[in-house]
Structures are given as C-alpha cells and as structure tokens.
Design a protein around this ligand. Structure first.
Ligand code: AP5
Length: 230
C-alpha cells in the first residue's frame, strides 16, 4: 500500500508475551526501512554486555516482572531523539504501563500520530508458543523451526530464553493483564488504533498488519491538517 510521503510512520506494537510483536515488528520495520526499537532486546543486550543497566535489570526480567517506568521511559526518550527515527519507527515492548503510554504521548508531541496495533492471540496458544521458543544465545534472534541446534544467522548455540519457563510465563501473563492490558483501553478510542488476529500463520499476520497500519496512517494523513516535525 502507498503511504503519504511526508507523514512519519510511528508504530507501536501491543500484545501479550508470545503474541508475535517481535516477529512482526522486525518484518514491518524491514519492509518500510524503519528502525525497530525493542525494549526487551535493548535490555537483553545490556544483560549480555554486563552494563550497569543489564546488571540492574536481570533479576527483574528473569522473574517476569517489569523494569521501572523511569528507567524505561529514559531509554526510549533517548532512542527516539536519534535522527534515524524522524521518518518513523516501530516500537516493540513499549509502552507497557499507563505511565509509559502517557510519557510516550509527551515525547511524540509534534511528531505525528502513533499507529497502535494490538495483536490478539488466545492464551493457550501463547503458552504453547513460548514453551517451544528457542533463541540464539549469541545474537538473540528467535530460532526458525528448521534450525535444530545452531543459529542460522551467526552459528551460535540455540537456548531457551531465561524467562520462558512455564511458571515465569504464567507470571508474565498476569503482569500483562494487570499492567499492560489497561493501555489497550488507553489507545482504543483513537482513530489510529487497530486490532489484528495474531492466531494465524506469520505471513498472514504480516499482510494483515501491513494493510492495517498503512490504512490507519493514510486516514490520519487525510484528517485535519496537523504540523508534523520531520
Ligand atoms: P519482551 O522481550 O518485550 O517480552 P514479551 O513482551 O514478553 O514478548 P515476547 O518477546 O515473549 O513475545 P513477542 O510478542 O515479541 O513474540 P515473538 O515474536 O517473540 O520483554 C522481556 C522482559 O523485558 C519483560 O518481561 C520485562 O521484564 C522487560 N521489559 C521489556 N520492555 C519493558 C518495558 N517497556 N517496561 C518494563 N519492562 C520491560 O514470538 C514468540 C514465539 O512465537 C516465537 O518462537 C515465534 O517464532 C513464534 N511466533 C510468532 N508469531 C507466530 C505465529 N503467527 N504463528 C506461530 N508462531 C509464531
């Protein structure tokens, strides 16, 4: 679908653990040449590198709890100040609480609308997906089904994510319902909010998402004229 040339494409992916936010954010960002900003990836890289952020966040992440709002808002504010986000971005994993969503609105002031996509998947499917997920222990990419023991990108060993144990996943789902689900209500009245059925093959989800985001962005562009800072 063709996009209006001057409108920044600012996308937020919402959904519970295992909904496919990371998978779809990667695909959409690649297709539209936008930076993908995954707060989970940023934190995991910090843990792997042993930085102060990583050392502070590791126990919280391993327990399936959320890292503090102030820390996360600071990370995202700094990342969205970089010039590569001026034409838009795809946010995966942020916002996750109402204070984070409120802060994002303030950060976005004057930068064009957010297109918010909520990926909906039944809980039994989420549990199955996360029990089966393997990632690369070196580069962190989700393993494809045909990779048996090593990563097809960098050759690293495949491992289970430290927060994908069944009890931790159940805890992450509880945290999602308590902290993150309320931001679906926060966004759902906006004209650029869309829901996507994520319980379909990945390529079908990708197509539905691409159409929904481009249509929402185009309809925002044809609405009342607003100044967009590029
Ligand atoms: P994060 O990494 O964001 O984890 P999450 O939200 O729990 O999401 P997941 O990565 O588990 O799932 P996903 O929806 O991205 O699905 P994916 O595409 O990987 O955060 C991790 C932790 O960091 C948090 O618990 C918290 O501690 C901290 N954190 C991060 N952001 C934070 C914030 N803003 N505030 C506070 N704390 C924060 O797919 C999952 C699996 O399913 C894969 O194996 C994939 O191949 C498969 N799959 C995907 N789509 C399909 C499909 N359509 N059909 C079949 N299989 C599929």
């Amino acid at each position: 679908m063709t996009l209006p040339p001057t409108l920044a494409l600012n996308v937020v992916m919402l959904g519970p653990p295992g909904a496919g936010k990371g998978t779809q954010a990667e695909r959409f960002a690649r297709t539209h040449a936008l930076p993908k900003i995954s707060t989970g990836d940023i934190l995991r890289e910090a843990v792997q590198a042993g930085t102060a952020l990583g050392r502070a966040a590791k126990a919280t992440m391993d327990a399936g709890e959320l890292v503090g709002d102030d820390v996360m808002i600071g990370i995202v504010r700094e990342r969205l100040e970089r010039p590569d986000t001026r034409a838009g971005f795809v946010l995966d994993g942020f916002p996750r609480t109402v204070p984070q969503a409120t802060a994002l609105d303030a950060i976005m002031d004057g930068r064009g609308p957010l297109v918010v996509v909520d990926i909906v998947v039944p809980e039994d499917v989420l549990l199955r997906r996360l029990a089966a997920r393997r990632i690369c222990g070196s580069c962190g990419v989700n393993a494809l089904i045909e990779w048996t023991t090593t990563c097809g990108v960098c050759g690293g060993a495949l491992i289970t994510r430290t927060d994908d144990g069944i009890e931790i996943v159940r805890g992450r789902l509880k945290v999602y319902h308590r902290e993150t689900r309320p931001i679906v209500e926060f966004y759902s009245g906006r004209p650029t909010f869309r829901m996507i059925d994520g319980n379909q093959p990945p390529d079908v989800v990708t197509g539905a998402m691409d159409r929904a985001i481009c249509e929402a962005s185009s309809s925002a562009a044809s609405g009342p004229v607003k100044e967009v800072r590029l």
